[in-house]
Design a protein around this ligand. Structure first.
Ligand code: PGA
Length: 253
């Protein structure tokens, strides 16, 4: 029998949101009933400035919070950075690592992403490690090779299957309204599961939640989330509004 992990729907607010935006998360909290909570884990990753207030406001709603990045060190002279322990102290339970915007705009290599993910584990946070190919890599037929290489390079050593989440996010699908075909998503997710099996053993690999991210919206969430080895979604733009985010959660549950 195959083990299917409980799905996770995670919202990545990126550099969006001020205190007034907590109205949206209040509405999400009210809209998530007990039956949905049983079926789906829900997470919002706001900017660091909102993390403490949002975490406090969401207590009792079943919605967890997370950071969008962390430094690999616990503390020190790193102006502008935030450590995993600080995120945990502000109420976070997860942190996104290696988002393509960090890899591209901040030059983060897989080695950096691995160190950050290990730091997250050290602070008892669950890292959501993002991997995904660019359009040029896709056109060149390199998708599976690129994704596997990023996975091997970014996964902390000795991590257990339920301590980590992987998000497959094709770079060309992020914020563009474009998504891969369901067959392509299924192929990549199956390849990620197989590679995880090689890295951590089959039993642990079966426990890892592999999210799809990139232009997930209410109208495509049902189809994407129904695919084998797709254990939830990492949602950018459509996670900012309660109505859309709740519709995606319903499509998954
Ligand atoms: P999107 O972003 O849903 O707006 O495409 C996804 C992400 O970058 O995590």
């Amino acid at each position: 029998m195959t083990v299917t992990p409980k799905p996770l729907v995670a919202g990545n607010w990126k550099m969006n949101g001020v205190r007034a935006s907590l109205q949206q998360t209040d509405e999400m909290g009210r809209g998530l009933d007990a039956a949905m909570r049983r079926k789906v884990d829900v997470l919002i990753c706001p900017p660091s400035t909102l993390l403490h207030a949002m975490s406090a406001a969401l207590i009792g709603t079943g919605i967890a919070t997370g950071g969008q990045d962390c430094h690999a060190e616990a503390a020190g002279a790193f102006t502008g950075d935030v450590s995993a322990a600080m995120l945990a102290d502000a109420g976070a339970r997860y942190v996104i690592t290696g988002h393509s915007e960090r890899r591209t705009l901040h030059g983060e290599t897989s080695a950096v992403v691995k160190a950050k993910s290990a730091a997250a584990l050290g602070a008892l946070l669950t890292p959501i490690i993002c991997i995904g190919e660019t359009n040029a890599e896709r056109v060149a037929g390199k998708t599976i090779a690129v994704v596997k290489k990023q996975l091997r390079g970014s996964l902390p050593d000795g991590v257990a299957g339920d301590e980590v989440v992987i998000a497959y996010e094709p770079v060309w699908a992020i914020g563009t309204g474009k998504t891969p075909t369901p067959a392509d998503v299924a192929e990549v997710h199956a390849a990620i599961r197989t590679e995880l099996g090689r890295l951590m053993g089959k039993a642990e690999a079966a426990k890892v939640r592999i999210l799809y991210g990139g232009s997930v919206k209410p109208s495509n969430a049902g189809e994407l989330m129904g695919l084998p080895h797709v254990d939830g979604a990492l949602v950018g733009g459509a996670s900012l509004k309660a109505e859309d985010f709740l519709a995606i959660i319903r499509a998954v549950g």
